[in-house]
Write a protein that binds this ligand. Structure first.
Ligand code: 5GP
Length: 185
């Protein structure tokens, strides 16, 4: 039995599959030299990362970070701590950060500063979803899967309070996230 859908489908599985095939080929063309290190941001990006690497027909390495961000509820503060750091030294390497969603841009901006300090040869970013209308911090995204409206989404790796990551589609959560409902806007 599939998990119940908590709301309307925003991006359906076949659409995600088709977009990632295109994106993977495009990104691979951007890395003609040394194998890049793809840095997945846990937990939200794990499903996207798994599909993206299989759409990239080049040599590459993978690693992950887990980010803890401070601040109230779902609003990121821009202060982040690496709850789990890379095992791979990235100095002199071509790094591609693989993110689930860029919302205000604060998390990514902070992660970028942390990774830049390690002096990679290049640092580029691929995000599955971009909530461009919510942006507060100017962050450069080199590749974007989908631009989505300002709705709280779950599925395809994205959660609400730890649930719904296993849904195959990206789905709008009716009523917003549980955290938002408890804590307020
Ligand atoms: P930002 O720092 O850009 O405001 O927030 C980015 C992070 O907030 C994402 O990596 C993700 O973890 C979380 N986030 C933002 N929007 C959503 C959403 O619609 N659904 C889920 N599940 N997480 C979101």
């Amino acid at each position: 039995m599939p998990a119940p859908r908590p709301g309307r489908v925003v991006i359906a599985e076949p659409e995600i599959r088709a977009r990632i095939a295109t994106l993977g080929a495009e990104i691979a063309r951007g890395y003609a030299g040394e194998p890049p290190v793809l840095v997945g941001v846990l937990q939200g990006a794990f499903v996207f990362m798994a599909d993206l690497v299989r759409a990239m027909p080049i040599d590459l390495a993978t690693d992950f970070v887990r980010i803890e961000s401070y601040g109230g509820g779902r609003t990121s503060s821009g202060r982040v701590r690496l709850a789990a750091d890379l095992a791979t030294p990235i100095e002199g390497r071509d790094v591609l950060v693989v993110e689930d969603i860029v919302d205000t841009g604060r998390t990514l901006a902070a992660l970028r500063r942390t990774l830049e300090a390690r002096r990679p040869r290049s640092l580029r970013v691929c995000a599955l979803c971009d909530k461009v209308e919510r942006r507060q911090v100017d962050v450069r995204l080199d590749w974007v899967g989908f631009t989505i409206p300002n709705v709280f989404v779950v599925g395809y790796g994205l959660d609400d309070a730890g649930l719904y990551r296993n849904l195959p589609d990206v789905v709008a959560l009716e009523g917003g996230s549980a955290a938002r409902r408890v804590i307020g806007p």
